[in-house]
Each structure stands twice: as C-alpha cells, then as structure tokens.
Ligand binder design. Structure first.
Ligand code: 3SL
Length: 248
C-alpha cells in the first residue's frame, strides 16, 4: 500500500527522498490557493520562482503577468500580489495569460520539491483534484508544507490531515507520526475550520493586513475540484486527465 507522509517545512526536505513519489506542495495562506485559483480562472500556466528579480525577468522574457509578495504584502513593481482575488475580481484580465509568481514561502517550497516524480499544487480549494490524482498514481505521497520562514504552520499541516483522511482507504496513513499528527489536527479542525484556523499565526499576520476576505476564500473546500496544477518542464500547467480535451 502506498503511504502518505507530511514534511512540515521545506527546511526538513533533506530528510525526505522524493524520488519515485508524488509531492503535494501546499501553502494554504496563500500561494498555492492563489495558483489554483489562477489556473481555475483561465491562466494558462504559472512560473513559480524563489527570487523577485527572476520573477520580473520572466515577465519581460515571456510577456506574462507578474505576481509577487514578501512578508504578506504585495511586492512593489509587479502586476499582482498574492491574493486569490487578483484572479477573480476582473481588475486585470487574466484569462489566456501566463503568470510568473514569487512568494515568501510557497514558491520556494515548490522549487525545492522538484526531485519528486510528480509535483502538484494542493489547497483546500482543489482537495478532491489532489485526491483523484493520488489515487490514480498509486505512488507514495509526501505533502510538502510551505510553513513560514522554515517554521511549522497550522493551516498547511491541517490540509495534510484532510488529504490523509480522504486517502485513508487506499493509502497507509498510519505509519508516519507526522501524518497521524496532521490527521488529529484535521479531526479537531474540520467541524469549524474557520474558527480553528483563526488561532494560527499567519491569520494574525493577514488580519493585520486586512486580508480576511482571502482567509475565508482559501478555506473553501473543493471550490475547484477538477483543477490540479502540475509541474511540467519549467512551469505549472493544469493537469489534463487522459482522454480529456484540454479545454473541456
Ligand atoms: O509565504 C508565502 O508564500 C505566501 O503565501 C505568504 S502570504 O499569504 O502572501 O502572506
């Protein structure tokens, strides 16, 4: 039986061998929620990069939109920040465009996970899409939590628990203490995810930046159940199931 393991922070990745496995990179607040929202709303592909300068250079090179955040604030000189509403509120037309994005933790976690057989982007918004992909792959899954500047964070870990619960029939979710801990947290949280995650330190950071709207949106379960960003070559593209038409 394939396993589900949880890596609580990108700093712990040297302890995990991702070869032969599926890496599910998660940064609920807000990078992976924003990337899922972008692809679900017609963005063609996303270049996630660690550095702001690379993000700006990609924007020039590919003529794509740029999105950047540092310490919870939109970085200056880019088209968008890191709010999912950047892809929803219609201020900037995004359909048919590509986006280069750089964030404090999320895009770094993605770049550090590239040795996996498959790298996909997870969020509460597309939880079922991640479940469906893992079930078809039948490979070990490692949830890579972006955390905050190398430290553990509650919301990414709780997502790991939600994923483990949905995979529990066909995956071994009991042989990793990290997964067991994430499952326990999810079981505490799921009756009122909003109230539970109000305790988290990142929510306090976002609250201070008046981003409550983003918080509420990022906690919606299965808002985009068929959108799965997957790493291909040098970018994230929407995963297309075999036999499915690209624009279906
Ligand atoms: O760290 C990140 O990658 C961001 O998602 C943080 S924030 O939600 O934009 O503050």
């Amino acid at each position: 039986m394939p396993t589900v393991d949880i890596c609580f922070s990108p700093e712990l990745l040297p302890l995990y061998d991702l070869k032969g496995k599926v890496a599910v990179v998660v940064d609920i607040l807000r990078a992976t929620s924003s990337i899922v929202t972008a692809l679900a709303n017609g963005v063609t592909h996303v270049f996630p990069v660690a550095e702001l300068a690379e993000c700006a250079a990609l924007g020039q090179e590919h003529g794509c939109l740029t999105a950047a955040e540092r310490d919870g604030r939109a970085a200056e000189g880019f088209d968008l920040g890191n709010s999912p509403f950047g892809y929803l509120d219609g201020v900037l037309p995004v359909r048919g465009r590509a986006v280069a994005i750089s964030t404090t933790n999320g895009t770094l976690a993605l770049r550090r996970s590239l040795s996996a057989d498959a790298v996909v982007v997870g969020a509460f918004l597309n939880l079922q899409a991640v479940v469906d992909f893992a079930q078809v792959q039948q490979k070990d899954v490692v949830v890579v939590c972006a955390g905050w500047k190398g430290k553990f964070c509650l919301e990414d870990t709780v997502f790991g628990g939600a994923l483990a619960e949905r995979l529990a029939d066909t995956f071994d979710v009991a042989s990793s203490d990290a997964t067991l801990a994430a499952l326990h947290l999810w079981q505490q949280a799921k009756a009122d995810l909003h109230a539970y995650l109000l305790q988290s330190s990142h929510v306090r950071r976002l609250n201070s930046l008046e981003a409550n709207k983003d918080f509420e949106f990022c906690l919606r379960l299965d808002e985009y159940p068929a959108t799965l960003p997957i790493w291909q070559a040098d970018r994230l593209v929407p995963f297309v199931k075999q036999g499915q038409l690209q624009n279906a």
